[in-house]
Write a protein that binds this ligand. Structure first.
Ligand code: NAI
Ligand code: 2YC
Ligand code: MG
Length: 265
Protein backbone atom coordinates (compact mmCIF):
# COMPACT_ATOMS: atom_id res chain seq x y z
CA UNK A 1 0.00 0.00 0.00
CA UNK A 2 1.43 3.37 -0.96
CA UNK A 3 1.51 5.37 2.26
CA UNK A 4 1.13 9.14 2.50
CA UNK A 5 4.08 11.17 3.72
CA UNK A 6 3.95 14.39 5.76
CA UNK A 7 5.24 16.14 2.60
CA UNK A 8 2.19 14.91 0.63
CA UNK A 9 0.00 16.53 3.31
CA UNK A 10 1.80 19.86 3.54
CA UNK A 11 -0.48 22.93 3.39
CA UNK A 12 -3.57 20.70 3.18
CA UNK A 13 -6.00 23.67 3.36
CA UNK A 14 -4.27 25.35 0.41
CA UNK A 15 -4.39 22.07 -1.51
CA UNK A 16 -8.12 21.77 -0.74
CA UNK A 17 -8.84 25.35 -1.83
CA UNK A 18 -6.88 24.91 -5.07
CA UNK A 19 -8.54 21.62 -5.95
CA UNK A 20 -11.97 23.02 -5.07
CA UNK A 21 -11.37 25.93 -7.48
CA UNK A 22 -10.23 23.53 -10.23
CA UNK A 23 -13.21 21.19 -9.75
CA UNK A 24 -15.59 24.17 -9.80
CA UNK A 25 -14.01 25.61 -12.97
CA UNK A 26 -13.89 22.28 -14.81
CA UNK A 27 -17.27 20.81 -13.79
CA UNK A 28 -19.46 23.67 -12.58
CA UNK A 29 -19.73 22.04 -9.13
CA UNK A 30 -17.51 22.34 -6.04
CA UNK A 31 -16.29 19.20 -4.25
CA UNK A 32 -19.30 19.14 -1.91
CA UNK A 33 -21.59 19.53 -4.93
CA UNK A 34 -19.97 16.56 -6.67
CA UNK A 35 -20.35 14.40 -3.53
CA UNK A 36 -23.98 15.50 -3.12
CA UNK A 37 -24.65 14.60 -6.77
CA UNK A 38 -22.95 11.23 -6.23
CA UNK A 39 -24.65 10.13 -3.02
CA UNK A 40 -27.72 12.37 -2.69
CA UNK A 41 -26.61 13.31 0.80
CA UNK A 42 -25.19 16.38 2.51
CA UNK A 43 -23.40 16.92 5.77
CA UNK A 44 -25.28 18.24 8.78
CA UNK A 45 -24.04 18.53 12.34
CA UNK A 46 -22.36 15.12 12.47
CA UNK A 47 -19.47 14.97 14.94
CA UNK A 48 -16.39 13.19 13.53
CA UNK A 49 -13.97 11.42 15.89
CA UNK A 50 -10.47 10.90 14.42
CA UNK A 51 -8.51 8.05 16.01
CA UNK A 52 -4.72 7.84 15.44
CA UNK A 53 -3.63 4.24 14.81
CA UNK A 54 -0.13 2.97 15.74
CA UNK A 55 -0.36 -0.39 13.89
CA UNK A 56 2.12 -1.33 11.16
CA UNK A 57 4.23 1.65 10.08
CA UNK A 58 2.58 3.65 12.83
CA UNK A 59 1.34 7.18 13.04
CA UNK A 60 2.04 9.39 10.01
CA UNK A 61 2.99 12.85 11.18
CA UNK A 62 0.11 15.24 10.48
CA UNK A 63 -2.25 12.53 9.11
CA UNK A 64 -4.79 12.99 11.93
CA UNK A 65 -4.29 16.76 11.96
CA UNK A 66 -4.86 16.79 8.19
CA UNK A 67 -8.09 14.83 8.64
CA UNK A 68 -9.26 17.38 11.23
CA UNK A 69 -8.44 20.24 8.84
CA UNK A 70 -10.31 18.42 6.04
CA UNK A 71 -13.39 17.76 8.19
CA UNK A 72 -13.49 21.41 9.27
CA UNK A 73 -12.83 22.71 5.71
CA UNK A 74 -16.03 20.96 4.62
CA UNK A 75 -17.98 22.42 7.55
CA UNK A 76 -18.18 19.40 9.84
CA UNK A 77 -17.38 19.23 13.57
CA UNK A 78 -14.40 17.08 14.45
CA UNK A 79 -11.88 16.11 17.10
CA UNK A 80 -8.76 13.96 17.41
CA UNK A 81 -8.72 11.55 20.33
CA UNK A 82 -5.89 12.04 22.83
CA UNK A 83 -5.19 8.31 22.87
CA UNK A 84 -4.58 6.04 19.84
CA UNK A 85 -5.91 2.61 18.91
CA UNK A 86 -8.46 0.85 21.15
CA UNK A 87 -8.26 3.49 23.87
CA UNK A 88 -8.75 6.15 21.23
CA UNK A 89 -11.76 4.34 19.79
CA UNK A 90 -13.31 4.15 23.27
CA UNK A 91 -12.59 7.87 23.76
CA UNK A 92 -14.19 8.74 20.40
CA UNK A 93 -17.41 6.86 21.15
CA UNK A 94 -17.73 8.08 24.75
CA UNK A 95 -17.02 11.66 23.59
CA UNK A 96 -20.10 11.51 21.35
CA UNK A 97 -18.64 10.88 17.90
CA UNK A 98 -21.32 10.14 15.28
CA UNK A 99 -18.68 9.04 12.77
CA UNK A 100 -15.25 7.47 13.41
CA UNK A 101 -12.33 7.98 10.98
CA UNK A 102 -9.25 5.79 11.35
CA UNK A 103 -6.59 4.14 9.19
CA UNK A 104 -3.95 1.46 9.45
CA UNK A 105 -1.52 0.76 6.58
CA UNK A 106 -4.10 -1.20 4.61
CA UNK A 107 -7.54 0.20 5.37
CA UNK A 108 -8.76 3.75 5.90
CA UNK A 109 -12.38 3.66 7.04
CA UNK A 110 -15.26 5.93 7.98
CA UNK A 111 -17.89 4.32 10.24
CA UNK A 112 -21.22 5.96 11.02
CA UNK A 113 -22.13 4.76 14.53
CA UNK A 114 -25.73 5.97 14.14
CA UNK A 115 -26.77 4.16 10.94
CA UNK A 116 -23.99 1.51 10.98
CA UNK A 117 -22.88 2.46 7.44
CA UNK A 118 -19.14 1.99 6.76
CA UNK A 119 -16.90 3.30 3.94
CA UNK A 120 -13.48 2.32 2.58
CA UNK A 121 -11.20 5.03 1.23
CA UNK A 122 -10.08 3.17 -1.90
CA UNK A 123 -13.43 2.67 -3.69
CA UNK A 124 -14.74 6.01 -2.40
CA UNK A 125 -11.68 7.78 -3.81
CA UNK A 126 -11.98 5.98 -7.16
CA UNK A 127 -15.67 6.82 -7.50
CA UNK A 128 -15.37 10.53 -6.66
CA UNK A 129 -12.35 11.17 -8.91
CA UNK A 130 -13.97 9.22 -11.75
CA UNK A 131 -17.14 11.28 -11.24
CA UNK A 132 -15.12 14.50 -11.43
CA UNK A 133 -13.41 13.34 -14.64
CA UNK A 134 -16.80 12.52 -16.20
CA UNK A 135 -18.24 15.99 -15.49
CA UNK A 136 -15.89 18.02 -17.70
CA UNK A 137 -17.89 20.94 -19.13
CA UNK A 138 -15.66 20.94 -22.23
CA UNK A 139 -15.92 17.29 -23.22
CA UNK A 140 -17.51 16.70 -26.64
CA UNK A 141 -18.21 13.00 -26.10
CA UNK A 142 -18.59 10.34 -23.41
CA UNK A 143 -15.17 8.74 -23.83
CA UNK A 144 -13.13 8.44 -20.61
CA UNK A 145 -9.62 7.01 -20.32
CA UNK A 146 -8.82 5.17 -17.06
CA UNK A 147 -5.14 4.51 -16.33
CA UNK A 148 -4.57 2.24 -13.33
CA UNK A 149 -7.18 -0.46 -12.56
CA UNK A 150 -6.25 -1.32 -8.99
CA UNK A 151 -8.01 -0.81 -5.64
CA UNK A 152 -8.86 2.81 -6.52
CA UNK A 153 -8.97 2.67 -10.33
CA UNK A 154 -11.20 -0.39 -10.80
CA UNK A 155 -14.13 0.94 -8.68
CA UNK A 156 -13.78 4.25 -10.53
CA UNK A 157 -13.93 2.50 -13.91
CA UNK A 158 -16.93 0.46 -12.71
CA UNK A 159 -18.72 3.68 -11.68
CA UNK A 160 -18.15 5.23 -15.12
CA UNK A 161 -19.41 2.10 -16.92
CA UNK A 162 -22.55 2.13 -14.75
CA UNK A 163 -23.09 5.80 -15.67
CA UNK A 164 -22.99 4.88 -19.35
CA UNK A 165 -19.63 6.35 -20.31
CA UNK A 166 -17.45 4.78 -22.99
CA UNK A 167 -14.56 3.60 -20.82
CA UNK A 168 -11.12 2.85 -22.22
CA UNK A 169 -8.67 1.32 -19.76
CA UNK A 170 -5.01 0.54 -19.31
CA UNK A 171 -2.92 -1.06 -16.59
CA UNK A 172 0.63 -2.41 -16.85
CA UNK A 173 -0.68 -5.45 -14.99
CA UNK A 174 -2.27 -7.43 -17.84
CA UNK A 175 -4.34 -9.57 -15.47
CA UNK A 176 -6.02 -6.46 -14.07
CA UNK A 177 -6.62 -5.11 -17.57
CA UNK A 178 -8.16 -8.45 -18.61
CA UNK A 179 -10.37 -8.37 -15.51
CA UNK A 180 -11.66 -4.88 -16.37
CA UNK A 181 -12.38 -6.05 -19.93
CA UNK A 182 -14.20 -9.21 -18.85
CA UNK A 183 -16.07 -7.81 -15.82
CA UNK A 184 -16.73 -4.22 -16.91
CA UNK A 185 -16.54 -4.51 -20.71
CA UNK A 186 -13.87 -1.80 -20.67
CA UNK A 187 -12.11 -1.24 -24.02
CA UNK A 188 -8.41 -2.06 -23.53
CA UNK A 189 -6.05 0.65 -24.80
CA UNK A 190 -2.50 -0.61 -24.69
CA UNK A 191 -0.55 2.61 -24.22
CA UNK A 192 2.68 0.84 -25.08
CA UNK A 193 1.64 -0.22 -28.59
CA UNK A 194 -0.65 2.79 -29.18
CA UNK A 195 2.40 5.03 -28.90
CA UNK A 196 3.60 3.78 -32.24
CA UNK A 197 0.43 4.51 -34.19
CA UNK A 198 -0.28 8.01 -35.46
CA UNK A 199 -4.06 7.65 -35.28
CA UNK A 200 -4.28 7.02 -31.54
CA UNK A 201 -7.45 8.02 -29.77
CA UNK A 202 -7.42 11.32 -27.83
CA UNK A 203 -9.40 12.02 -24.65
CA UNK A 204 -10.93 15.10 -23.00
CA UNK A 205 -11.54 13.16 -19.76
CA UNK A 206 -8.83 11.10 -18.05
CA UNK A 207 -8.92 9.39 -14.65
CA UNK A 208 -5.52 8.18 -13.40
CA UNK A 209 -4.97 6.05 -10.29
CA UNK A 210 -1.40 4.79 -10.28
CA UNK A 211 1.55 5.38 -7.92
CA UNK A 212 3.80 6.38 -10.84
CA UNK A 213 4.68 9.67 -12.52
CA UNK A 214 4.30 10.32 -16.27
CA UNK A 215 1.77 7.54 -16.89
CA UNK A 216 -0.32 9.78 -19.19
CA UNK A 217 1.40 9.98 -22.61
CA UNK A 218 1.05 13.01 -24.90
CA UNK A 219 -0.72 11.15 -27.70
CA UNK A 220 -3.91 10.59 -25.63
CA UNK A 221 -4.37 14.26 -24.70
CA UNK A 222 -7.02 16.52 -26.18
CA UNK A 223 -6.55 20.29 -25.77
CA UNK A 224 -8.20 21.61 -22.56
CA UNK A 225 -8.64 18.06 -21.22
CA UNK A 226 -9.58 17.31 -17.60
CA UNK A 227 -7.21 14.98 -15.72
CA UNK A 228 -8.68 13.75 -12.45
CA UNK A 229 -6.02 11.86 -10.50
CA UNK A 230 -5.74 10.67 -6.91
CA UNK A 231 -2.54 8.90 -7.92
CA UNK A 232 0.56 10.14 -6.08
CA UNK A 233 2.79 11.44 -7.68
CA UNK A 234 0.88 13.11 -10.52
CA UNK A 235 0.63 11.04 -13.69
CA UNK A 236 0.68 14.11 -15.98
CA UNK A 237 3.94 16.02 -16.41
CA UNK A 238 3.94 19.79 -15.85
CA UNK A 239 5.13 20.33 -19.45
CA UNK A 240 2.20 18.42 -20.97
CA UNK A 241 -0.24 20.09 -18.54
CA UNK A 242 0.86 23.51 -19.82
CA UNK A 243 1.18 22.48 -23.49
CA UNK A 244 -2.41 21.11 -23.59
CA UNK A 245 -4.01 23.57 -21.15
CA UNK A 246 -5.10 20.63 -19.01
CA UNK A 247 -7.09 21.05 -15.79
CA UNK A 248 -5.60 18.71 -13.18
CA UNK A 249 -7.54 17.68 -10.06
CA UNK A 250 -5.10 16.08 -7.65
CA UNK A 251 -5.28 16.15 -3.83
CA UNK A 252 -3.75 13.68 -1.34
CA UNK A 253 -6.60 12.90 1.09
CA UNK A 254 -9.48 15.38 1.37
CA UNK A 255 -11.56 14.67 -1.72
CA UNK A 256 -11.48 10.93 -1.01
CA UNK A 257 -12.37 11.58 2.63
CA UNK A 258 -15.43 13.70 1.73
CA UNK A 259 -16.58 10.93 -0.61
CA UNK A 260 -16.31 8.47 2.29
CA UNK A 261 -18.27 10.76 4.61
CA UNK A 262 -21.08 11.51 2.12
CA UNK A 263 -21.40 7.80 1.31
CA UNK A 264 -22.32 6.97 4.95
CA UNK A 265 -24.62 9.86 5.81
P1 NAI B 1 -2.96 -0.27 -6.48
O1 NAI B 1 -1.56 -0.74 -6.38
O2 NAI B 1 -4.09 -1.13 -6.04
O3 NAI B 1 -3.28 0.14 -8.01
C1 NAI B 1 -2.36 0.88 -8.78
C2 NAI B 1 -2.41 0.29 -10.19
O4 NAI B 1 -1.61 1.09 -11.05
C3 NAI B 1 -1.84 -1.16 -10.26
O5 NAI B 1 -2.82 -2.01 -10.80
C4 NAI B 1 -0.62 -1.02 -11.16
O6 NAI B 1 -0.42 -2.15 -11.99
C5 NAI B 1 -1.00 0.21 -11.97
N1 NAI B 1 0.15 0.89 -12.59
C6 NAI B 1 1.37 1.14 -12.03
N2 NAI B 1 2.16 1.80 -12.93
C7 NAI B 1 1.40 1.96 -14.05
C8 NAI B 1 1.63 2.57 -15.32
N3 NAI B 1 2.81 3.14 -15.60
N4 NAI B 1 0.64 2.58 -16.24
C9 NAI B 1 -0.56 2.00 -15.95
N5 NAI B 1 -0.85 1.40 -14.77
C10 NAI B 1 0.13 1.39 -13.84
O7 NAI B 1 -2.99 1.14 -5.72
P2 NAI B 1 -4.30 1.94 -5.27
O8 NAI B 1 -4.65 1.59 -3.86
O9 NAI B 1 -5.35 1.79 -6.35
O10 NAI B 1 -3.77 3.45 -5.24
C11 NAI B 1 -3.39 4.06 -6.47
C12 NAI B 1 -2.73 5.39 -6.15
O11 NAI B 1 -3.69 6.26 -5.54
C13 NAI B 1 -1.57 5.28 -5.15
O12 NAI B 1 -0.58 6.22 -5.54
C14 NAI B 1 -2.18 5.73 -3.82
O13 NAI B 1 -1.22 6.33 -2.96
C15 NAI B 1 -3.14 6.80 -4.32
N6 NAI B 1 -4.26 7.11 -3.41
C16 NAI B 1 -4.61 8.42 -3.31
C17 NAI B 1 -5.69 8.81 -2.54
C18 NAI B 1 -6.11 10.25 -2.53
O14 NAI B 1 -7.07 10.61 -1.86
N7 NAI B 1 -5.44 11.10 -3.31
C19 NAI B 1 -6.46 7.82 -1.75
C20 NAI B 1 -6.06 6.45 -1.95
C21 NAI B 1 -4.97 6.11 -2.75
O1 2YC C 1 -1.49 8.30 11.58
C1 2YC C 1 -2.15 7.24 11.49
O2 2YC C 1 -3.17 6.98 12.18
C2 2YC C 1 -1.70 6.20 10.51
N1 2YC C 1 -2.02 4.83 10.98
C3 2YC C 1 -2.38 6.49 9.16
C4 2YC C 1 -1.92 5.52 8.07
C5 2YC C 1 -2.57 5.85 6.73
C6 2YC C 1 -2.01 4.93 5.65
N2 2YC C 1 -2.76 5.05 4.40
C7 2YC C 1 -2.39 5.88 3.45
O3 2YC C 1 -1.43 6.61 3.56
C8 2YC C 1 -3.28 5.89 2.22
C9 2YC C 1 -3.60 7.28 1.79
C10 2YC C 1 -3.32 7.40 0.34
C11 2YC C 1 -5.08 7.48 1.96
C12 2YC C 1 -5.54 6.19 2.22
N3 2YC C 1 -4.55 5.36 2.40
MG1 MG D 1 -8.19 12.93 -2.32
Amino acid sequence: MALLTPEDLAEINRQLEKSDETVQRATGLDIKGVCKALYGTEAGSEKVGIVPITAGNGIIGSFSESLLAIVRYFGLDGFITKKPDVSGYYEAVTSGADIVLMADDHTYLAHNLKNRKIANNQPCTGIVYAEIASRSLLAGNKDVLVIGLGKVGFPGAEHLVKKGFSVYGYDVDNDLLKRAVSELNVTPLDLETEAKTETSKKFSMIFEATPCPDTIPEFVLEKDCLVSTPGIPCGLSEDLKIKYGAEVVMEPLGIGTLSMLYSIL
